[in-house]
Design a protein around this ligand. Structure first.
Ligand SMILES: Nc1ncnc2c1ncn2[C@@H]1O[C@H](COP(=O)(O)OP(=O)(O)O)[C@@H](O)[C@H]1O
Ligand SMILES: [Mg+2]
Length: 252
């Protein structure tokens, strides 16, 4: 992505965003609410166009949603009238898979995310955490080379969030894909990312990229490493310098 900018009429959301994501790399993007994280992901997915610069994948400009890229949404994005099975199968169906291929593949992904036994439930009959497992299975089922995650655990309670974070790490270890993981939680960014990109400012831009030199596989023990605490503190300071400044301006 180079010189990337996005404007909605008078609002310049971000500008001069330069970033590159390596194959099988997890890039965590963190920034305050409203800084344009979702907008950036939607541009990467080709759902909306940039107003400046360009985004390429494997050397080709992204101008519309393309094969090989899947997105997991903050609010799950499931079809309420479809069962878990049919929600998970949706992406594959769109891609033109046959019934036989779907019947063979979908149970594997439902099992991977721990939803076996719930195939015939509707979204309203399962918890938020389970709905997001379903959203994740739907994205994984198309076997994407790039996975775009928009605060995937932002809408579930704190305990469920922790469980899903470690499940996600386990799933990623079993099939590492390139991932852009957007979050506003510092712990989560450091836990998931190989690098953490801090988006800040108005319009926002890349403020810093922090290398996360924590060993993989990562798990609960990672949270106890002194290096984890150091990195979290570092990202916290980078983010908060601004928040405090903004607060002071409001007081004045
Ligand atoms: N379709 C749109 N039209 C106009 N403004 C938008 C649109 N989508 C997002 N915005 C604005 O862009 C800014 C960034 O939004 P968003 O990308 O959702 O931020 P984040 O995901 O970081 O919370 C917000 O001020 C939001 O109101
Ligand atoms: Mg958002």
């Amino acid at each position: 992505m180079s010189g990337a900018g996005k404007r909605f009429s008078k609002l310049q959301v971000f500008s001069d965003v330069e970033l590159e994501v390596g194959e099988r790399e997890v890039l965590a993007i963190i920034g305050p609410s409203g800084c344009g994280k979702t907008t950036l992901l939607r541009c990467m997915n080709g759902l909306i166009p940039l107003t400046e610069g360009e985004i390429t994948m494997e050397g080709e400009a992204i101008t519309s949603p393309r094969e090989g890229v899947a997105m997991v949404f903050q609010h799950f994005g499931l079809f309420p009238w479809k069962t878990v099975f049919n929600n998970v199968a949706y992406g594959l169906k769109l891609a033109g898979a046959t019934r036989a291929q779907i019947d063979e593949k979908i149970p594997e992904y439902i099992k991977l995310v721990g939803l076996s036994g719930f195939e015939h439930y509707y979204p309203y009959q399962i918890s938020g955490g389970m709905q997001q497992r379903c959203g994740l299975a739907r994205a994984l089922a198309v076997e994407p080379r790039v996975l775009l995650m928009d605060e995937p655990f932002g809408a579930v309670d704190a305990q469920t969030r922790e469980i899903l974070q470690f499940e996600m790490l386990r799933i990623w270890e079993s099939r590492p894909t390139t991932m852009v993981f957007v979050t506003h939680a510092i712990d989560e960014a450091v836990l998931m990312g190989d690098r953490v990109l801090v988006l800040k400012g108005r319009p926002s831009t890349v403020h810093e990229i922090v290398e996360v030199d924590l060993p993989r596989p990562r798990n609960r023990a990672t949270l106890l490493l002194p290096r984890f605490a150091e990195l979290r503190e570092h990202v916290w300071n980078t983010l908060m310098a601004d928040a405090r400044q903004a607060e002071l301006e409001v007081i004045r």
